[in-house]
Design a protein around this ligand. Structure first.
Ligand code: KIV
Length: 264
């Protein structure tokens, strides 16, 4: 089982870290049977599970509900849980209270917060309270409205410098890792080389210390969603659609259930 120090150990050993999101018990049981290093219960559950247009409406109770199901399916996994929008930005006290609930009520190993220098007091307080923190820089979905859309971040010298100094500040504040989302590969490489905290990329090239993908994206469960940074390792949407159509047809034709599937 991974712990926070293994992230740094793997980075220093040049071993890439694989992270996948997960939101429920059924998928957690499957992830637990693989060599994936860590699970992120992302607030992307707003989009993926709740059908919302973005992550902004997700709340702490939603995160706890899903993280508990994931923990039950993957009892040994290293699980990081996202702190949702406005559960930590407003004050250190609020961050402590909500992160404390997440850790105590879900059995998660760490929380993830979006942002750099603006949330350093929160990161420091959580780390001091014994709650491991993963940061998240670059395109941070909770700032979607401020960014004005899904745009690559850290482009240009000034933005790249800010991103680098934010990563260094998070490391100094005690974060054990940071997600770098939708940033130019060269910027992610610079950050990864400059920091000892592990960098986990999504749309950030190959030089990061690991990668994270949303599980439904990598399994190809949405035929209408294919952002540039996603690789579909399966095409489950077509498997699922044909399984459902087969089932419906066999029910109509009274080919299901068979004798073998019937009690007497
Ligand atoms: O919420 C999420 O799934 C995330 C990943 C995209 C990194 O934050």
């Amino acid at each position: 089982m991974m712990n926070i120090h293994d992230f740094t150990k793997k980075k220093l050993a040049g071993e890439k870290i694989s992270v996948v999101t997960c939101y429920d018990h059924a998928f957690a049981r499957l992830v637990a049977r693989t060599s994936i290093d860590a699970i992120l219960v992302g607030d992307s559950l707003g989009n993926v599970v709740q059908g919302l247009p973005n992550t902004l409406a997700v709340n702490v109770d939603d995160m706890i509900y899903h993280a508990r199901a994931v923990r039950r399916g993957a009892p040994q996994a290293f699980i990081v849980v996202d702190m949702p929008f406005m559960s930590y930005q407003t004050s250190v006290e609020k961050a402590l209270e909500n992160a404390g609930r997440i850790i105590k009520e879900t059995g998660a190993d760490a929380v993830k917060l979006e942002g750099g220098k603006a949330i350093l007091p929160q990161v420091r307080a959580l780390v001091e309270a014994g709650i491991p923190v993963m940061g998240h820089l670059g395109f941070t979905p909770q700032s979607l409205l401020a960014f004005g859309g899904y745009k690559v971040q850290g482009k240009g010298d000034a933005a790249a410098e800010t991103l680098l100094s934010d990563a260094v500040a998070l490391e100094k504040a005690g974060a054990f890792a940071v997600v770098l989302e939708m940033v130019p590969a060269a910027v992610a490489e610079k950050v990864s080389k400059a920091c000892t905290l592990a960098t986990i990329g999504i749309g950030a090239g190959t030089a990061t210390d690991g990668q994270v993908l949303v599980i439904t994206d990598l399994l190809g469960m949405d035929p209408d969603f294919a952002p540039r940074f996603v690789r579909k390792y399966a095409n489950l949407s077509s498997d699922i659609l044909s399984a459902l159509e087969n089932y419906a047809a066999e029910v109509r034709d009274v080919r299901f259930p068979s004798e073998k599937e019937t009690f007497h």
